[in-house]
Design a binder for this molecule. Structure first.
Ligand SMILES: Nc1nc2c(c(=O)[nH]1)N[C@H]1C(S)=C(S)[C@@H](COP(=O)(O)O)O[C@H]1N2
Ligand SMILES: [Mo]
Length: 252
């Protein structure tokens, strides 16, 4: 799409996503912002993506479209001593740690997580290996949890550290701030109206609906806001990115 077309869309109010339009339109009215946004060579692809594409919603489905079977993939049980203790205690003493570049580090119980405003969504999970399944997920928007923690402006990525180990190192994943604050990015504790099972990532798993399956980290134990992915794992932002050259950006 050319810049001119985008401009027409924004100023003409014809962009499909109402969510994006309202905020974007207001912003676009400000003279300084318009100068940056529409100044030809100064426009940057990242900014374009952030403003024009990245907040679009993934399709949502109706209950009758839910898959009768939703297979598991990757690890289906972390099976470490710590994790097994949490399972035995029904996760009563489990806490989600939220830290890194935040003003107020948090330790959230499942009750705390359930006390945030909840979002439920029926979406399609697409695995890079070629299978898909439609399921219902519920939990707080990650963005609201990050706001509660007072995430700092210096944060550029959110890193999820999981309970399961691959060759001795925890599975991990990361997303940028656009995806972190996307309305369908939730910390799901419920799947198909039940607590997320061990196979699907108990007690919570990330749902980042505009991305392929491997970005949807199961068994999330820690969330860190960081300014760089260097020094985390092998530095490419996720287990599969580090080890099998999967793309860090797995947008669909
Ligand atoms: N912690 C963790 N998260 C993970 C994986 C994993 O092995 N460990 N596998 C990923 C892959 S490749 C897919 S397709 C989905 C599978 O989710 P499911 O088991 O709920 O179907 O989880 C993703 N998240
Ligand atoms: Mo996958």
């Amino acid at each position: 799409m050319t810049l001119l077309t985008r401009r027409t869309l924004v100023t003409g109010g014809a962009l499909g996503a109402g969510l994006l339009l309202s905020g974007c339109d207001k912003l676009a009215q400000q003279p300084g912002f318009r100068r940056i946004l529409f100044s030809g060579e100064k426009i940057n692809m990242g900014l374009q993506r952030a403003l024009m594409d990245r907040n679009a919603l993934a399709p949502e489905f109706t209950p009758d479209q839910m898959s009768p079977v939703f297979r598991t993939n990757g690890n289906s049980n972390p099976n470490t001593a710590d994790y097994n203790r949490h399972v035995a205690e029904n996760f009563a003493n489990w806490r989600l740690e939220v830290g890194g570049l935040v003003d107020r580090p948090l330790r959230l119980s499942l009750t705390d997580i359930g006390a945030f405003p909840q979002r439920a969504q029926i979406t399609r999970h697409d695995c890079v290996e070629g299978w898909s399944a439609i399921g219902k997920w519920q939990g707080p928007m990650l963005g609201n949890v990050l706001k509660a923690a007072g995430v700092r402006n210096s944060a550029r990525y959110i890193v999820f550290t999981c309970a399961d180990l691959w060759s001795g190192a925890p599975y991990y994943e990361s997303i940028d701030m656009v995806d972190a604050f996307h309305p369908q990015t939730i910390l799901a504790w419920a799947m198909n109206d039940k607590r997320v099972s061990v196979g699907h990532g108990a007690p919570i798993r990330l749902r980042v609906e505009r991305h392929l399956g491997y970005k949807n980290a199961k068994y999330v134990m820690r969330i860190d806001a960081v300014s760089s992915l260097a020094g985390i794992g092998l530095g490419k932002g996720g287990y599969w990115e580090d080890h099998v050259n999967y793309d860090w950006y797995a947008g669909i």
